[in-house]
Design a protein around this ligand. Sequence first.
Ligand code: MTE
Ligand code: QUE
Ligand code: MOS
Length: 795
Amino acid sequence: MRNLTDLNRITKMSKEQHKGGVGASSKHESATKHVTGEAIYVDDRTDHVNQLHAAIGKSQIAHGRIKNLDLSAVLAAPGVVKVITAEDVPGHLDIGPVFPGDPVLAKDLVEYYGQPIFAVAAKTHEQAWRAAQLAKIEYEELPPVLDVETALAQQNFVRPPHSMQRGDADQAIEDAPHVLESHLSVGGQEHFYLEGQVSSAIPTEDGGMMIYTSSQHPSEVQKLVAEVLGIPFNLVTIDMRRMGGGFGGKETQAAPWACISALLAHITRRPVKLRLNRGDDMVMTGKRHPFENGYRIGFDDDGRILGADIIVNGFCGYSPDLSDAIVDRAMFHSDNAYYLDQVKIVGNRCKTNTVSHTAFRGFGGPQGMMTIEYAMDDIARYLGKDPLEIRKLNLYGQDSRNVTPYHQVVEHNVLPEMIERLEQTSNYQQRRQQIREFNQNNRILKRGIALTPVKFGISFTVQHLNQAGALIHIYTDGSIHLNHGGTEMGQGLFTKVAQVVAEEFQVDLDTINVSATRTDKVPNTSPTAASSGTDLNGKAAQNAARNIKQRLIDFIVQHHGVEASEIVFADNRVHFGDQSISFAELAQLAYVNRISLSSTGYYRTPKIHYDRNKASGRPFFYFANGAAVSEVIVDTLTGEYKLLRTDILHDVGHSLNPAIDIGQIEGGFIQGMGWLTSEELSWADNGRLQTTGPATYKIPAVSDMPADFRVQLFDQRNREATIYNSKAVGEPPFMLAMSVWSALRDAASSVADYRFSPPLDTPATPERVLKAVKATKQFQTNATTRIQAEEEVTA
Ligand code: MTE
Ligand code: QUE
Ligand code: MOS
């Protein structure tokens, strides 16, 4: 019998000998294919015989009724085979994901500029697009609502308002020694995934549909395609191997194009591909919600918050889409990392005649956090203190100072320790001093620095979405086929889940093949969203692997007459008694002995519950944390600036793959920086989006990376029982970019020796930074005049 030392030796050996298990910085499973161009995206799939290409005819007004739709020129255009309108939809017209409100093609009423009205199928992509421009449409125009103020004044909402509260915020503010109030405009954001929206539909022999689509939510596409066609769900199959980026923009926004290509395929009985060009994609798909937020906060002489009254108003666009959950998440993150003693938070879902805004990395959380971070800077300037001091003072802490406005207790709070550490490693205090000196000695160039924290709740706040399934087959050569409900969009989900399975069987990562996400393999899946992909699918895959492993162990016990405790999976082998066979031999042996080598797996997140009517419960299984210090330099004559250095300390628990996690942190931070600095959406007065390509919409370039970029993982395991005690990483780092915005404000504030907190809406473009500098100079001038006047009076 094998003794414990032997077992330990084998287990230890396995760490060295099987490649790519949990904790290894294995490269992304498609890294090589990505850089050689061999990775296949939907549009790279070989065309089918007889395939048609589709394009969309769009509304040219923001709000109105269609009086007359003349499509004769479209139908007569070269190559055109079929033109469809709402009248041609055999099943449901509405494809709203949660609540109704999104007709797949507009019927009578149009509610935003660019709304799909008809679709064309032609022999080529270009023929379809050209034909779609030839429609003659007469409208009866209605006044559009294009701003939040009007929507609020008219109580024009896509969903009813919602609020959460604890204690009596009004009273606490009234009783507080100091009160500040302000408002903040937070801009939206275009997803700018490199691969645009695309779907390819192929009719199947039994009246069903096979769809290849770039979607984060294959099960929802399956449901909606079946519903618009009026056929059962089991006749529709969705296949999704990889996206060229999703970022939330392919959660609901992929479905219309899948439905339209399916409708055209259903009607013509031919395969149909629909790929939006960049301009159409930007006009027709929802973006991050812009927000108009406000706060009124009471605090004591130290800057400790005593009462907070916060309002968040999301621009939802014309329909509910996911806005209810998005504004909820903005509300859930209005505290960010701070204890707000007596608090009231109100969220409005404003209806505007623009495209329906949707999920985008952080799902409303970033827009929610901005307000309290804005207030932190304002309180600091008012009291003449360093903003970091105010932030630290207000962090969630011990005793009763650890309960959120929705009554979830903040457990295992690592942020105070993380901030302490980052303050040290980034040399914050010394650099703050150097920056003060630099600013005193430089009239035109000013530097700024800020440290901002992030606390982000992990779990879908809609409880039933917190579940996942997986499917594993082991073949008789020992190679493993893995499938799960999550989708790959570049974030490394397939790699991490495969690592979990490699760890379970102690085999090399490259013996596992992860195949395309398909609705006929794992059914009824949740969107790959809320950063939960690895948490949910990793556990489901582990469950499937453990089912098979248990069968193999039972088999060895019976077949070889050894104790289960003596069986060890290690280094691509299984050891028992005095024997050791390869994993492939074991698979072969199990097969001939009629042991099933296939299993499904399932997982549901424990501990979570939430009563939305009471706005109370534990919506989040745990929190992911991070903090960043950014330093900028601003030209106060032009408002131009540069990010000089960023230090990040981020909490991913026990990392499943440090290389991929650091990639997510860097990418998320840069994407967040783009949102808060250069990416500005512009709509004309008639509701037409004017920023429809990279020439007018500025995403970060490689030259915008901080010259000095230091990312560290906070390597402490998650105290909750997540997959190998890791933490979700997809969205939280996005919000670390608030440090850049706050640093820009710090630089502007230096112009009045930090006694004034200039307004700085986002994106903080050079124009807005220049405005902030000017407001600060004005404050300085007024203050000087006032002092001179006072001196004259005294003299
Ligand atoms: N990383 C890449 N490279 N591409 C993406 O589209 N999407 C982000 C994040 N990281 C995204 C990404 C968003 S919005 C989410 S919710 C998560 O990845 C989803 O994947 P996960 O849950 O597997 O982390
Ligand atoms: C975070 C998210 C999502 C969320 C809630 C979060 C998300 C999402 C949904 C959602 C809600 C209701 C539905 C549905 C999806 O909720 O991405 O299909 O019926 O899609 O806290 O990221
Ligand atoms: Mo991410 S916004 O939850 O897709």
